[in-house]
Design a protein around this ligand. Sequence first.
Ligand SMILES: C[S@@+](CC[C@H](N)C(=O)[O-])C[C@H]1O[C@@H](n2cnc3c(N)ncnc32)[C@H](O)[C@@H]1O
Ligand code: SF4
Ligand code: SF4
Length: 334
Amino acid sequence: MRLADKLSIRYGYVTSLLAYMVDGPPRPFSATFAVTNRCNLRCGYCNCPFIDPAHLGLPRIAVLFRRLRQMGVRRLGLAGGEPMMRPDLDDVLRLAKDLGFWVSLNSNLTLYDRHPGRLARADLVYTSLDGDPAAHVAARGEGAHDGVLAAVTDLVRAGTPVIAICVVTEHSVDQVEFLLRQAEAIGFRMHFQPQCVDTDIVRGTPPPVANECLRACWRALAAAKAAGRPIASSRPYLEYLAGWDDFAVSAYHDPAVRCPAGHGYLYVDPQGRAWACAYTKGKMTPVDLLAHDWRTAWNRETPCSVCSVGPMLEFNLLFRRPVAAALEGLRAYG
Ligand SMILES: C[S@@+](CC[C@H](N)C(=O)[O-])C[C@H]1O[C@@H](n2cnc3c(N)ncnc32)[C@H](O)[C@@H]1O
Ligand code: SF4
Ligand code: SF4
C-alpha cells in the first residue's frame, strides 16, 4: 500500500474512532458498495443472485462516491453479487480512484480470463476459495473453480495483492492446510469467516458441524497465524471466533454492548441505500444516500450488537480494542 493511502486510512480511522467514542455524529472511514447483486454463480450460502437485480448507473455512482468522500470515507470495498458482471466495472474503479479512495474489490474471478482489464485499478483483490477443487465446487457449485487459480496467479505476478476468503462450512472445515499451502505456493493470503445465516443477503442453513469442531478449527487457525502462515485474518479475530458459543447464531442484541457498524463503516446496496452493515439489510430502515446524508439521517440504531459476521467483526474489534487489534487489523487489511 502507498504511504499516502496508509496515512489517509489511518487518519480516517482515528477520526472515526474518536467520533464513535464520544458518540458524536457518525464518521465512517470505510464503506462497502455492492455494485450489483447479479452473479454468474449460485453458491449454496449466498442469496445475492436471487435479490433485486437493479443497480445504479455510472452517473449516480459518481454522485454516491462524492457523498461518501465528503462523509470521510477513505477505504472503499466494491463487492456484489459478482462485480465482473458489470461491463463498466473499470469505469466504476476509475471513478473511485479519481476521488482518492483506496479500493478493494471482491470477485469470484471465474470471469477474469475474459476481462482481465476490469480489475486492473484495484488496490487489493479479494476472491473466494473454499478448499481443493472438489470441496470448492461442493460449496459453490459447478464451474466455481474454473480459472480462479490462474487469475490469482496472474494478479499476484502483476503486483496486485490477493486475499482469498474461505467460508468455514462442512465442505471447508478440513481444508485449511490445503488452502494455506496453496497460498504459500502462489503468494496470496487467506481470510477465513464463519458461514453467516439468517439475513437477506445469505441463504442456506447453518453448517451441520458441531460447535466444538468449528471452535477447534478457529483455534487451529489462530495457532497457524502465530506460526507465520499466510493468514490475513487478525489474531484477535481468530481468538474471538475460537470462543464463539453457537455458530447457528450469527448475531444477537446485547443492550450492554454498542456496535460500531454505521459509525466506523457502512454498507451500500446496488440501489444506493445505506445500511449499518451488510448483515442488517432487511433488518433496519436504510438511508437513500442519493437523497440524504447518513450522518444525520441514520437513527444510530443497529438491530444487533454482537456478531460472528466475518468482515464486520474485524472492524468491530478495531473499535472495541483500539490499541492492540487496531494495529494488527489495519496492517492486515489496509
Ligand atoms: C457476496 S461475495 C461477493 C464477491 C464474489 N461474488 C465472490 O464470491 O467472491 C463476498 C464473499 O462473501 C462470502 N459469502 C457469501 N455468502 C456467505 C455466507 N452466508 N456467510 C459468509 N460468507 C459468505 C463469499 O464466499 C465471498 O467470499
Ligand atoms: S458468493 Fe459470490 S459468487 Fe457466490 S453466489 Fe454469492 S455473489 Fe455469486
Ligand atoms: S453486531 Fe453490528 S456488525 Fe454485527 S451484524 Fe449486527 S450490526 Fe452488523
